[in-house]
Design a protein around this ligand. Sequence first.
Ligand code: ADP
Ligand code: MG
Length: 639
Amino acid sequence: MIRQLAPHVADLIAAGEVVERPASVVKELVENAIDAGSSAVVVEIRRGGMGLIRVTDNGCGIAPEELPTAFLRHATSKLQNPEDLGKIGTLGFRGEALAAISAVSRVDILTRRRGDTAGAALHLEGGVPGPVEDAGAPEGTAITVRDLFYNTPARLKFMKKDSAETAAVNGLVQHLALSHPSVSFQFRKDGADALHTPGDGRLESAVYAALGRDFAKSLVPVQGKGGDVSVSGFVTSPLQCRGSRSMQVFFVNGRFIKSQLLTAALEEGYRNQIMKGKFPGCVLAVTVPVTLVDVNVHPAKTQVKFAREREVFDAVYHTVLDCLAAKGTPPPAAPLPEQVKNLRGDFFQTMDAKTYRDRQSGGTETPAARTPHPAWNSERPSATVRLSDSAPVILYGEKPKGGYLQEPEPVPVKPPEKRPENSPKPPRKYPPAIPQARGEEVPGQRTLAPPGETPWRIAGEVLRTYIVCESEDGCVWLIDKHAAHERVNFDRMKASQEPPMRQTLLTPAAVELGPMDKELLLENLPLLEQFGFACEDFGGGTVLIREVPADIDAADARSTLEELAACLFMGRSLEERRESMLHTMACKAAIKGGWTSDPAELRALVDKVQSGEVQYCPHGRPVAVKLTKYELEKMFKRA
Ligand code: ADP
Ligand code: MG
């Protein structure tokens, strides 16, 4: 039977589109405050907004007699005629937010118009208003939302942990503050001040307050115009690019939006200037005539449609490109080979912490257990052994000494005893897993190719990235050394039953990640521990790093953490998050295309590929391309 829904059910459904989580409530309330012409807005939340959300402004206020109307569906003061839809200059216009919010919570509003002697108060439960009462109130409006989703248990069930909601609100307030530098924003979570922007009208002040000093310092100003589109703001200098896109902030006509078009235009401006896997950060305000942008394409209004996309793309692209060029940012000069060797010395890293400890204590290696380390596989994060006592201490920024043919020789905690001259070199402490020289047999280790000969021959390396190799059966192989090494690392890490080796930074590094990434990482500290990171909260958007995995360059710590935060954000299940974090770690620990590699490294990789162990990189891209003799002959018209 087909029946029309009862109005309150229809309202609940409609509310679900607008109010998805606490951050959506904050967004709507703050947008109303901005539309009301406020110069100061205070956002307070408790328990991630599930306990309480309060937004207080000093804007125009609402007339007592209009108060109940404001909470009706499709009630707005911002639109009157259909033609108005084509030129929306306010953040709100749908007249749905207050109705939607009050439908799924308990709301209190206290408001006084500028110039009025008395204010008014109203309480609503599940959208049902009580009487409007006279009340003393400061100029402006304060809306308090309690018990969000109390009457929609289905939605309540899907709420994330409070900390995740807090992070989402934090990120949102940041964006709102950045998009309105002339409004002073204050954000308090669970009674503590988390953000306070001065509202002095300068974007750089807002960037500094919202995104932190380090990020602000990495920025260069950009300004430009193309056709009807003007672009202004800040972008990161090419040398300061980030490990993820989390620091890309775009506004269109003062509205924070997500846009692939703008991201693409920005990144195009950096083409050939930044390394693969790095992303520019930005705070870019794009201004287009209101008639050329449709903001009514998404219930949460986080997307827009441009009437002339090409024009917008070109304006952003050329602004970024021209400003970077004017700034004289040098194109990255081809680094000298010495600078791009794998100085970490970790190519052959095979030892896990347990082996290390066993050997330190003179114990013997236990036979390989079948269950891999919980970091990669178990459902719940389990406690890990803290390795600080036995792990090597490596000075921050200093690389392990020795060529990369040796396995990492950790810089010992105590200064090493002096070895008398001419005394025989102490024996190697740990056998490498892969024979280092052709035919060198290491006891207890499987040799992949018969000693002294292999059924393949390395012809050379081209573009410092691809190994060219010929196999006995008359095929030519091109092997991507980074992809191959990444795969080797991935498999090794995944199979390892021990937490990774760590390096304790002598001086802990404070890195600024931004509140969103920081919150995500802090709520996953046990997981990060399992990946070899020891971090803690350092206030603001900053995290203090004490330990990093031994096979990650300490200088890469920030970008690695940013990438891990992206994994945590994107992963839908714990398993998915672990897997993508593992990809990141494997990639970071791998030798890079462009680095000079030692022949022994190349041989080890070819061996893995030729034995069939390694075929695809963890992202599914091929590691090797094979050309048969026949295919070559065909190319040269010999066959
Ligand atoms: P919209 O913002 O789309 O108009 P809302 O449901 O968010 O719809 O708000 C309804 C109306 O209530 C607004 O049009 C505005 O007139 C009034 N209003 C809401 N919040 C405020 C505020 N903080 N200050 C002044 N007026 C407000
Ligand atoms: Mg609104």
